[in-house]
Ligand binder design. Structure first.
Ligand SMILES: [Zn+2]
Length: 365
């Protein structure tokens, strides 16, 4: 656990006695050359009555982490900014009012922090909170040995779940669960198209769709990824290179189309997503990685009685539901690769390459 001896430090402790924390940070926005592995951050020691401190064992990367490095409109960082929107570890301290967890409990972490007092929070819809903040984006993240966060954002997990799996599980599964179960209300007789299999949310969506018993169509530009998706239960696969996916699905379904499309790509796929969508279809989106502005023919929207559904992260009840799935050993995420915290930049480069199939994990402690 020692952070290494340097001037002014003795075996990871600074001269005032506080523990020095290792972390992956940025001090300015830009490319991945901005990533800095630090071994000298001060220990977070101040806990509110409803807070816990968690010793992070493993973190996992999400596309959002790349956006944070590049810089997001309206989001200001305080250097050195700790990255990381997914993590799992062991509770280390608890605030005076915390009863749900105790020091020593193994936990997963929900990166979405809400105020708990607005009309949406009181209605159980925390991701709609006007004061919603994301760990790693608006608050210090999980690519650090220690983090302080509200106790409402942790759930206990059993010893049977390894920390790397737990870290890889949470944000992608929570996001996909809200999209598939809550927003699109996928039923066993539905056909569901999922873009870009290989990414964390798409893979979690595939697993949830198959858990429900519905039919899954998946796309990728890689035949290798499509073969691996079939091993995970995908019923139909389409390599989107040189193909209009909407037209291909209409041809393969006797012009009927699918009931649900999961599209977090945005500009590059929107028209094809609508082309694939059958009557009373639901398109659910949690992002636009290729670009945010899309075009929709409103005549087709009303004539086909489509629903366009936005979704982001998950509420507390959904966090309970996915934590229960993890505890039962279900919906376990495929892990693409694992890196040490000191090699965090390589983990980010792997994510940026788009070559991964599954989650990229960073070992923290
Ligand atoms: Zn709120």
């Amino acid at each position: 656990m020692a952070a290494g001896a340097r001037a002014g430090t003795i075996r990871g402790h600074n001269i005032t006695g506080g523990y020095l924390v290792r972390a992956l940070t940025i001090s300015a926005h830009g490319g991945l050359e901005r990533l800095e592995y630090r071994t000298d951050l001060p220990e977070p020691e101040t806990l509110g009555p409803h807070d816990v401190r968690v010793r992070i064992a493993a973190a996992a990367l999400n596309h959002l982490d790349l956006f944070v490095v590049e810089g997001l409109p309206g989001v200001t960082i305080r250097p050195p900014w700790v990255l990381g929107t997914d993590g799992a570890g062991t509770v280390d301290r608890v605030g005076t009012a915390v009863t749900a967890v105790r020091p020593g409990d193994r936990v997963i972490i929900n990166a979405g922090v809400s105020d708990g007092t607005c009309e949406y929070c009181l209605d159980g819809e925390q991701p709609l909170c006007p004061n919603f903040a994301v760990l790693g984006e608006h608050r210090p993240g999980m690519l650090a040995e220690l983090i302080v966060l509200p106790a409402a954002n942790v759930r206990r997990i059993p010893d049977s779940v390894p920390f790397d799996v737990a870290a890889a599980f949470t944000l992608a599964t929570l996001t996909a669960w809200r999209m598939i179960v809550t927003r699109a209300r996928v039923r066993p007789d539905d056909q569901v198209l999922i873009w870009g299999i290989g990414g964390g949310v798409a893979l979690a969506a595939l697993q949830i769709v198959k858990h429900i018993g519905a039919t899954a169509w998946v796309t990728s530009g890689s035949d290798d990824k499509l073969a691996r998706a079939r091993e995970l239960g995908a019923d139909h696969t389409i390599n989107y290179r040189g193909v209009d996916v909407g037209r291909a699905i209409r041809a393969a379904t006797g012009k009927r189309g699918v009931d649900v499309v999961v599209d977090s790509v945005g500009r590059d796929t929107w028209a094809q997503s609508l082309g694939a969508l059958g009557r009373r279809g639901r398109l659910v989106t949690c992002g636009g990685t290729s670009g945010p502005i899309v075009e929709t023919d409103v005549r087709r929207l009303f004539w086909n009685q489509w629903s366009i559904l936005g979704s982001t992260m998950g509420n507390d009840a959904e966090f309970d539901e996915v934590a229960a799935q993890l505890t039962m050993g279900r919906l376990l995420p495929p892990i693409d690769s694992t890196f040490d915290l000191a090699d965090g930049r390589r983990a980010f480069e792997r994510l940026a390459s788009g070559a991964q199939f599954g989650k990229i994990v960073v070992r923290v402690s």
